[in-house]
Write a protein that binds this ligand. Structure first.
Ligand SMILES: [Zn+2]
Length: 494
């Protein structure tokens, strides 16, 4: 039986545009794909519109949204480490390389014990799903068996995801390193095969995909990167995820290890840059590297919470967009201290505003006759987005359609369109849900007599969205829906 949702809908369109539709109908097939959408349907015309689509009331399940509820596409997390979630919120006084040695590697090493993975991973996945993440790119540890546990649990949870096992055979502690290139490649192929054998979803396509995961250049020998490049070339559809240009000390080490001119060139040399490559961070990418990424079609996962927490820096998202590089958002647990893409939206906004303020300051100084060499690069190419703060449309895009593009899933998810999968959040900004700050906009609320109803018009719906993005959290997410099926949220009781 098809399900027809009726109520306010937010539908991203592009970096600069989204649609706020106060009275929208979305029909979802039993397989979880969108069959049709009807916009601007008055309640009085509801039955007529359903009849026009051959939807007899007895043949569908009609879900009418309640006061202050709306639907939006599910959030896409293009970069996180499931095995670091147990370590979230500690170590933020360090920068990347010492943080890895002191906090991260010891935490990940514990996943050698499969029983530990079986205890830890269910809660990790539940928290990420309930945060509204309908598609997630997971790094596991280097351990094959623990990462199989992660993959199985994600599969059973019904989340759309990519799961990869880290490749790392150098510059890692003795108790957390792969012993040979052969072991690293063989276990990777084993995991890929394991994930591909898992049952498909009701729509006939897999929701879970394997992903090649060289941890970062520093942790892989040239021979390992070369072998992984061969695996990639034999499997053009196999996605790839790794880190790039997160921290200045890291970049210097990469250049000295591989004798390359740039970090991006290092991966390119081993055929690891292509349209289904997801590169986390990109804080210090040069314009030449941006041109190369755009040419290869590779995407960047912007992880601002992590970049602030580990004092890495601020990625120039506007400049990446102006160069035609695909960009999405990533939580990067536990460099980031939140499982929620909402936190990334908030910090992406702040990072873009700081960059815009700094660029404005440099401009003032330059026009005053002082030259600032560090600012010349930024000012050479203003572009549409460079040094501009990210708008609500842009932030929403990065968290949905942009992330979908980074995962090469833009034809399936990221917005509501006929034939796309129905991956959605049912959000409530009703006063009794979530962050107390959401109260603030309803001064008519009578705490003893109930709540004054507010119908959705376009303006109030856009305000609901902005308040949810900046004041909201998992308490505002009633349902998390993947491929038409509710898999999480406050109202999910399996
Ligand atoms: Zn990371």
């Amino acid at each position: 039986m098809s399900t027809v949702y009726y109520g306010p809908v937010i539908n991203p369109q592009s970096v600069t545009d989204y649609r706020a539709l106060p009275q929208c109908l979305i029909c979802v097939s039993p397989q979880g794909d969108i069959e049709w959408i009807a916009e601007d349907v008055e309640r009085a015309n509801l039955n007529d519109v359903l009849a026009q689509h051959d939807c007899a009331p007895s043949a569908i399940t009609l879900v009418c949204l309640a006061d202050r509820e709306f639907l939006m596409p599910g959030l896409v997390d293009t970069h996180t480490h499931a095995c670091q979630v147990p370590n979230m919120g500690v170590g933020g006084e360090m920068e990347l390389l010492p943080w890895l040695d002191n906090y991260t590697f010891p935490t990940e090493a514990r996943f050698k014990d499969v029983k530990y993975a079986e205890r830890a991973y269910p809660d990790v996945i539940r928290r990420i799903v309930n945060s509204g993440t309908t598609t997630c790119c997971y790094y596991g540890s280097l351990h094959l068996e623990a990462t199989k546990v992660l993959a199985s649990l994600v599969h059973d949870a019904g989340q759309r995801a990519f799961v990869g096992k880290c490749n790392m055979n150098q510059n890692c502690p003795p108790n957390y390193i792969e012993s040979s290139v052969k072991e690293s490649v063989d276990t990777t192929l084993d995991l890929i095969n394991y994930i591909e054998q898992l049952p498909k979803s009701a729509c006939g396509e897999p929701l879970l995909h394997p992903i090649l995961t060289p941890r970062f250049a520093i942790s892989c020998t040239e021979e390992l990167l070369a072998r992984l490049g061969e695996v990639a070339q034999k499997n053009p559809k196999l996605a790839i995820q790794t880190h790039i240009s997160e921290n200045k000390a890291e970049i210097a080490l990469v250049k000295s290890l591989f004798k390359t001119k740039s970090y991006a060139e290092t991966y390119d040399k081993f055929h690891l840059l292509r349209d289904n490559t997801i590169l986390a961070h990109g804080v210090y990418l040069t314009e030449d590297e941006m041109v190369l990424l755009a040419k290869r079609g590779s995407g960047v996962s912007h992880c601002p919470t992590s970049n602030f927490y580990l004092s890495s820096g601020m990625a120039r998202v506007g400049m990446l967009l102006d160069h035609g590089v695909k960009v999405g958002l990533g939580t990067d647990a536990a460099g980031g201290y939140s499982p929620s893409i909402l936190t990334e939206i908030q910090h992406a906004s702040i990072a873009s505003k700081v960059l815009a303020i700094q660029a404005g300051d440099k401009k003032c100084k330059c026009s005053g006759g002082h030259s600032e060499s560090s600012g010349e690069d930024d000012m050479k190419q203003p572009g549409q987005f460079t040094n501009q703060k990210l708008t609500i449309a842009a932030l929403l895009f990065l968290a949905t359609l942009g992330g979908a593009g980074v995962c090469c899933l833009q034809d399936r998810i990221g917005s509501f369109e006929k034939k796309k999968a129905f991956d959605a959040l049912l959000v409530s900004v009703h006063d009794d849900r979530g962050n107390p700050a959401l109260w603030g906009y309803n001064p008519d609320r009578d705490l003893t007599q109930g709540v004054t109803a507010q119908s959705a018009d376009k303006k109030s719906l856009t305000e609901w969205l902005e308040r949810f993005l900046f004041c909201g959290d998992d308490r505002n997410i009633k349902k998390v829906i993947v491929q038409g099926r509710t898999i999480g949220g406050r109202d999910y009781h399996p």
